[in-house]
Design a protein around this ligand. Structure first.
Ligand code: ZN
Length: 142
């Protein structure tokens, strides 16, 4: 008889669940990575002072858990941000989400520089991270 793994042995070693990045996580990670405040992200989107508070409230709301922007969310005038990625996170089930850096929300179609000024790519050591986040983590570990 062939040696087949029992169902129980397969159940004993479950794959750890992959963290799911939600649209509000994406907005927050992109903003933190760019080291911008809510007000700084909102600034390119209002022109009259009486609109400032509304725009800042809308930007802040996008980081609130459970909020999926209904309008065409695009914060790329303020920071590295993909409107396509945002829509995919907001509208598609997690298994169809694009691959994103869990440290900063970077996707491979968005230009970003690492701490050496080189183009960011995927870390070879940790597939969840981009090279910029890998460099920052290595620096903080020292
Ligand atoms: Zn990253």
């Amino acid at each position: 008889m062939r040696d087949v793994p029992s169902l129980l042995s397969m159940l004993a070693t479950p794959e750890p669940p992959k963290p799911v990045m939600m649209p509000w996580d994406y907005v927050r990670l992109r903003r933190k990575s760019a080291r911008l405040s809510i007000a700084e992200v909102a600034r390119p989107y209002w022109h009259r002072p009486e609109h400032q508070a509304d725009v800042e409230r809308n930007v802040a709301g996008l980081e609130h858990p459970g909020v999926r922007g209904q309008w065409n969310v695009n914060l790329s005038r303020a920071m590295p941000f993909s409107a396509d990625v945002y829509r995919q996170l907001a509208d598609l089930p997690p298994e169809q989400h694009p691959r994103l850096c869990t440290g900063c929300g970077w996707d491979e179609f968005t230009s970003q520089y690492d701490t050496n000024g080189d183009d960011v790519t995927w870390s070879r050591e940790n597939e969840a991270l981009c090279t910029r986040c890998e460099q920052i983590a290595a620096r903080e570990a020292r």
